[in-house]
Design a protein. Structure first.
Length: 243
């Protein structure tokens, strides 16, 4: 049976690793980007070269109309979306008093509003089919908070609340909703912290290293198949923080 997945923010980093891992697991995938169309297209071609079903679509997940168009395109090309991975997000470090309203609104529009828009776009089919899977990407900072990352942490904590609430609401309809909470993952997003800070963070992680995008993708693949798991937040963080 043909299975179709939509993975947001998947032209690079964790999203790209998820798209590739799901493709290898037999899913047709729709790759989404907001800017790096070149990377999205290249990943799509890489998967197609392996005989996989793959398409890409450029859309800002904060734009509800664009998201609806993306979901319609993915369904037309791949079939009904039965797996949604809400990975697209923005991050940044600022002291709370320096966060202006535009930054605050943008973080919530993408990180949380993007989840809302994408879920609403794919949910009608899932409800009709009485089946489906949604995986939201939260963060270790959504679980514990972080200094100078109050805006990002707030959005990622809200995703956990959304995940648990929707899991309870949608379970009678056969739809599972879970979250993955990555720790410090070695991607472009964390490189802004600088090598010295990343080395110090690695020293605080019980496993002694940063995580990889592939390791987050493995968790997403697991949740896509775990038919009796819903409402859970799966921490993939190497044991960090050690408390």
């Amino acid at each position: 049976m043909r299975r179709a997945a939509l993975i947001t923010g998947s032209s690079r980093g964790i999203g790209a690793a998820c798209a590739e891992a799901l493709s290898d697991a037999g899913w047709g995938v729709c790759i989404n980007c907001i800017e790096r169309a070149d990377l999205a297209e290249a990943l799509c071609e890489k998967l197609r070269a392996k005989g996989r079903d793959a398409v890409w679509f450029q859309a800002d997940v904060a734009d509800e109309e664009a998201v609806r168009a993306m979901a319609a395109y993915a369904e037309k090309e791949l079939g009904p979306i039965s797996l949604l991975v809400n990975n697209a997000g923005v991050a940044g470090q600022q002291q709370f008093q320096d966060v202006d309203r535009a930054t605050w609104d943008r973080f919530f529009a993408v990180n949380l509003g993007g989840c809302r828009n994408c879920i609403r776009a794919v949910l009608p089919h899932m409800l009709h089919a009485h089946a489906g899977c949604i995986v939201n990407i939260s963060s270790v900072w959504g679980r514990y908070g972080a200094s100078c990352e109050s805006t990002y942490s707030a959005t990622k904590h809200a995703i956990i609340g959304l995940t648990r609430s929707l899991a309870a609401e949608l379970a009678p309809s056969g739809i599972r909703v879970n979250a993955v909470a990555p720790g410090v993952i070695d991607t472009d997003m964390v490189q802004v912290l600088g090598r010295e800070t990343l080395t110090a963070l690695a020293a605080e992680i019980p496993l002694g290293r940063l995580g990889t995008a592939k390791e987050i993708a493995q968790a997403v693949v697991y949740l896509s198949e775990a038919s009796y798991v819903t409402g859970q937040v799966l921490a993939v963080d190497g044991g960090f923080p050690a408390i």
